[in-house]
Ligand binder design. Structure first.
Ligand SMILES: [Zn+2]
Length: 398
């Protein structure tokens, strides 16, 4: 790759035109442009920018992100859902998202999903959580992850580990999509929550907790989870009440927060237009709950907690190509463009334990790269229209 200005989210700098050498899907050398005569396939970037591929830490590949994702999902055969999974991972890659973490899928589909994704080379790399663990009747219980006892926790985690999950998702509060649950309530047995984190850890798996209620966030920090999803900071009165002390505790514990702002933007707008997109009678303050996601990002920023980008693509009417818009919202909430880019590259890689493989343009890492016409460290919106994407050195057609 010739004449590429290399973007480093870690240092916040972009290089003068450089040549980036690839071998067997990896970056082998980065040299000043024109210094070393080359051989093999050459791609001239003509002074455009090369940045690490983005990572979306919160998607649900088994849902289509369309007008009524739940109904479409329920009306589809398993074969159709698996085809959708692969199509979604392909959409993500074409948008420059080279890695996604699937944050919850029906229990029976984890193994077939992995098999189908493994057959495709033009899809984003997928890190799997499998079916979320929840209380009986808890959020997303229809995915098959209800747990009553320690035995249930052990069985489910062992099964998902065997099927290829490397993370375990825990539904620590209710959610907008599940009638009978309340987002402002901590809805997990605290003993089972701790047990789940310990058992997952014994398999080398990390834990991601869906947590709207502040009480659920506090319990998850105590239990030692690795990531907090949404982190709406709802009090028992169903109002968002940011708690800087709670966020500092999360920061001190090295926990990452995945804000999923774009999903909240889209769903709250649809609700205000009168569409029946969520129907949970216990989610009484839903529009304010969703709108607080954006303002909460500023609170996360001030607390110093690690912010990792995620969209909640799939069930929340969000398609799989919107991560760049999520990053734009972080910049609107006060993050620098560098910080927003880090949330989707270096911070995400470190959260996923993949920092020795992806997240920077460096020798020894996979050539999972995105080309842009402007410097994303100056203009984050350039990530919305990538000029090209490389996955493990393979140029992905647009
Ligand atoms: Zn989700």
């Amino acid at each position: 790759m010739l004449n590429a200005r290399v973007v480093d989210p870690g240092t916040g700098t972009s290089s003068s035109p450089s040549d980036v050498w690839l071998q067997a899907g990896q970056i082998s050398r980065v040299t000043p442009a024109g210094r070393v005569p080359g051989a093999g396939n050459v791609l001239d970037l003509k002074g455009n920018f090369v940045a690490p591929g983005m990572m979306d830490a919160h998607v649900h590949l088994a849902f289509d992100g369309g007008d009524d994702p739940k109904a479409t999902h329920q009306a589809s055969s398993d074969e159709e859902i698996i085809a959708q999974v692969v199509a979604n991972a392909r959409i993500a890659l074409r948008a420059g998202i080279t890695t996604v973490r699937d944050c919850g899928t029906p229990r029976r589909l984890l193994a077939p999903m992995r098999a189908a994704l493994g057959m495709a080379s033009d899809v984003a790399t997928v890190v799997h959580c499998g079916a979320p663990l929840c209380r009986v009747g808890g959020h997303a219980h229809d995915m098959g992850g209800e747990v009553r006892t320690r035995h249930d926790v052990h069985t489910l985690i062992a099964e998902q580990h065997a099927a290829g999950a490397t993370w375990i998702k825990l539904m620590a509060s209710g959610g907008g999509f599940t009638p009978g649950t309340s987002p402002s309530v901590f809805e997990f047995d605290p003993v089972l929550l701790r047990e789940a984190v310990v058992i997952a850890g014994s398999y080398g798996m990390k834990t991601a907790a869906h947590a709207h209620a502040s009480s659920s966030i506090a319990a998850c920090i105590d239990a030692g989870v690795h990531t907090l999803e949404h982190a709406s900071m709802l009090g028992p009165d169903e109002r968002c009440s940011p708690d800087p002390g709670l966020l500092r505790r999360a920061a001190d514990a090295g926990i990452h927060i995945v804000p999923t702002v774009i999903a909240a933007d889209i769903v709250s707008r649809q609700l205000q237009e009168g569409r029946q997109v969520l129907a949970n009678p216990l989610d009484r303050n839903v529009v304010a709950r969703l709108e607080s996601r954006f303002t909460n990002v500023t609170e996360f920023l001030h607390s110093g907690v690690s912010i990792v980008a995620g969209t909640d693509a799939g069930p929340a009417h969000v398609t799989f190509d919107l991560l760049a818009r999520e990053l734009e919202r972080y910049v609107a909430a006060g993050l620098t463009a560098q910080h927003a880019l880090k949330s989707a590259t270096t911070e995400a890689a470190s959260m996923l334990g993949l920092e020795s493989q992806v997240g920077r343009v460096r020798p020894g890492l996979w050539a999972d790269l995105i080309f842009t016409s402007a410097d994303p460290l100056q203009d984050i919106t350039t990530l919305q229209t990538p000029l090209g994407v490389l996955k493990r050195g393979l140029l992905i057609a647009h």
